[in-house]
Ligand binder design. Structure first.
Ligand code: NAD
Ligand code: MG
Length: 330
């Protein structure tokens, strides 16, 4: 079982004489900056001059500097720019301002694990990764609660990297919910696997296959959309709050019986083999190399073509029309 830490295990006073610089003020950045500041930490946000987030952060009472100045000012520097830009930002604007004893932090392990950022050996390198979107990290904090978060140490020069990570995690409210210890490798590989095989890739292809099966058999696309796409949320909400047990308790016996006899026909041997291959491609860097190439200068041809193609699918069009009938959706 993973090791868990709570507020009582975190020494927030370690941050008393530390300047924390957070690079980026998006989903995670705004939540980390505001929560840490309200916890009593000395926080600066680093942004590009002209960024829309600059006035937004300042109007919330956060000190803002250009990325290089913030990196220079920070004893602890948390990188919260999009993962595909982090290496360029770090290498050009942050690295040269990182001094011995400084702590470099991330909320996702990709750039460290796949060697896109090679931090100097005199730095501590740690991860604090909330398992929820930034707006939840913020709203839970305001309610006196927190979002469970992952902690990992990649490099421990000071001998205190874990303690700094715990103190930072406590400052964003994570110690109220629980901090789970992992590694950069485990966080990165499981995160990529989950989003590809199950959450994003797996779920959309499953929905599409169900939709296409019904439509090809002559059923109305609207019916197919309701049954194979729209109702997923009802099921997932039940699983999310009470596990498979609560979902199976809530649906009809017909649905529960069908679940047992048919589910494993859909996700059978082929799918499990495909999942193993997806995991192997993540572990040996094949996926990371393809992703990095796709997003390097002038790229994204495949990414944007896929986005266009998916948007043109019948499922997308039918869904757009049906959602207009649902007044509770914005
Ligand atoms: P985001 O896209 O919401 O915000 C990125 C921020 O970086 C913005 O303020 C943007 O203006 C700024 N930015 C972009 N390019 C920049 C540049 N070149 N120089 C300076 N600033 C720049 O990103 P996010 O979702 O908050 O993700 C940040 C990190 O948190 C990532 O490592 C991500 O994997 C991780 N994470 C995100 C979530 C989530 O739910 N969003 C959850 C856990 C971890
Ligand atoms: Mg994730």
């Amino acid at each position: 079982m993973v090791k868990k830490y709570y507020d009582k295990d975190c020494d927030f006073s370690l941050l008393d004489d530390k300047a924390i610089s957070i690079i980026g003020y998006g989903s995670q950045g705004h939540a980390h900056a505001l929560n840490l500041k309200e916890s009593g930490a000395n926080v600066t946000v680093g942004l590009r001059r002209g960024s829309d987030n600059w006035p937004r952060a300042e109007s919330s009472g956060i000190r803002v500097m250009e990325v290089e100045d913030a990196a220079e000012a920070g004893d602890i520097v948390m990188m919260l720019v999009p993962d595909e830009h982090a290496a360029a930002v770090y290498n050009a604007q942050v690295a040269k301002h990182m001094k011995k004893g400084n702590v470099l932090m991330f909320a996702h392990g990709f750039n460290i694990h796949y060697n896109q950022i090679l931090p100097a050996d005199y730095l501590d390198v740690a991860m604090v990764a909330p398992k929820g979107p930034g707006h939840t990290v913020r709203s839970q904090y305001l309610e006196g609660k927190g979002v469970p978060s992952l902690l990992a140490v990649f490099q421990d020069n000071s001998g205190k990297a874990r303690e700094y990570g715990l103190a930072y995690a406590a400052g964003i409210g994570a110690g109220r919910a629980g901090i789970l210890e992992t590694t950069f490798k485990e966080e990165t590989e499981t995160d990529l696997f989950g989003e590809q095989a199950v959450l994003c890739g797996g779920v959309t292809e499953l929905m599409k296959a169900g939709f296409e099966t019904l439509v090809e058999a002559g059923y109305e696309p609207e019916m197919a959309y309701f049954e194979c796409v729209h109702e997923m949320k009802l099921i997932i909400d039940l699983i999310n709050s009470g596990g498979f047990e609560m979902m199976r308790h809530s649906v009809s016996n017909t649905a529960e019986y069908g679940d047992y006899v048919s589910g494993r026909k859909v996700v059978g041997k082929d799918t499990r083999e495909a999942m193993k291959q997806i995991l192997a491609d993540i572990q040996d860097g094949t996926f990371a190399t393809a992703f990095i190439q796709e997003f390097s200068a002038g790229g994204q041809a495949r990414f944007l073509a896929s986005r266009r193609k998916e948007a043109g699918h019948q499922l997308a069009k039918v869904g757009c029309e049906l959602r207009k009938m649902m007044s509770w959706l914005k």
